[in-house]
Design a protein around this ligand. Structure first.
Ligand SMILES: Nc1nc2c(c(=O)[nH]1)N[C@@H](CN(C=O)c1ccc(C(=O)N[C@@H](CCC(=O)O)C(=O)O)cc1)CN2
Length: 275
């Protein structure tokens, strides 16, 4: 049976369905083992399915994917792949600078003082520095107005040295996330959260300009490990706009057959076992 489980790590459904115990392996790779066996039918009554993820301060290198066949499970070393990708991007950026004199620029807007968001933004800046991307950061206090955020977005939309704009989520509750994300011009929407980019992702024959990075990273890992997605059954746990929903759309574009398990799913365990 072809199998693939994507989890939206932050989802409560994930915690309910996949109680994981962490074991440190080598080179910072963590090995998670399910606490309960998965029953895969008559030929393989009990196979412990492994889930691999990397332990890294860089969220983009994280994958929470279970990949298994009846007989084997693969540990995916996200940290090693992340390094490989960073090296490739460094070369690409240097060539671009030499050829056309342009250095890519990323603008990040952080509103409020959530520690986790500040860490993610810091890591994004570090990642930019490590490959030669210019980064511009705007930090606004929690009680800023939506208009202030929109003013910065508008400035970055117009700024030719900024090629990507990222508004760190979640925003404070008094702000309208939708109007803020809609204000980022789609050519600079590096998060791929603009409805036009998500809409294109959902439609056959259309190409989004950008795709949300966490699910994109998961698919990239599968590609780089030569894991075929076409024709497989995939279960995505969680349906957030940031991870679960785009992960399902991406897997569908790769010709997998998708089930999405979420907090209102009636029989989540049974569906998850089908993957
Ligand atoms: N503008 C954005 N805001 C937010 C995004 C985003 O992609 N763009 N995603 C999250 C925050 N985030 C990055 O900014 C992020 C958080 C967590 C992960 C992740 O894969 N986490 C793993 C565990 C990581 C670990 O243990 O090291 C998991 O949950 O399984 C990726 C990205 C919200 N805001």
């Amino acid at each position: 049976m072809a199998s693939m489980i994507f989890t939206d790590g932050s989802s409560s459904t994930t915690a309910r369905l996949i109680p994981l115990r962490r074991h440190k392996l080598r080179d910072g790779v963590l090995h998670f083992r399910r606490l309960m066996p998965l029953h895969l039918g008559a030929t393989n009554p009990t196979l412990y399915r492994s889930i691999a993820t990397t332990h890294s301060s860089a969220p983009s290198s994280v994958v929470t994917v279970a990949m298994a066949t009846e007989t084997s499970a693969k540990v995916i070393d996200g940290k090693a792949v992340a390094k490989q990708i960073r090296d490739e991007i460094t070369v690409e950026i240097s060539r671009m600078k030499d050829a056309i004199g342009v250095v890519p620029g990323l603008a990040v807007i952080l509103v409020g003082d959530r520690k986790d968001s500040a860490t993610y933004v810091r890591n994004k800046k570090k990642a930019c520095d490590s490959v030669g991307i210019n980064s511009y950061e705007v930090r606004l206090p929690e009680d800023s107005t939506e208009q202030e955020v929109l003013k910065y977005i508008s400035g970055f939309n117009e700024d030719p040295s900024v090629h990507g704009i990222l508004v760190q989520l979640p925003l404070p509750s008094h702000m309208n996330e939708q109007s803020i994300l809609n204000a980022v011009c789609i050519e600079k929407d590096v998060d791929g959260f603009h409805p036009l980019n998500i809409g294109r992702l959902a439609m056959r024959g259309r190409e989004p300009l950008f795709v949300p990075c966490t699910p994109k990273g998961c698919i990239e890992l599968l590609h780089r490990y030569g894991i075929h997605i076409k024709g497989k059954r995939a279960v995505v746990i969680g349906r957030s706009n940031i991870v679960g929903m785009p992960a399902a759309l991406l897997l569908q574009r790769e010709d997998a057959t998708i089930s999405i398990v979420h907090s209102r799913t009636k029989n989540p365990e049974q569906i998850t076992r089908q993957a």
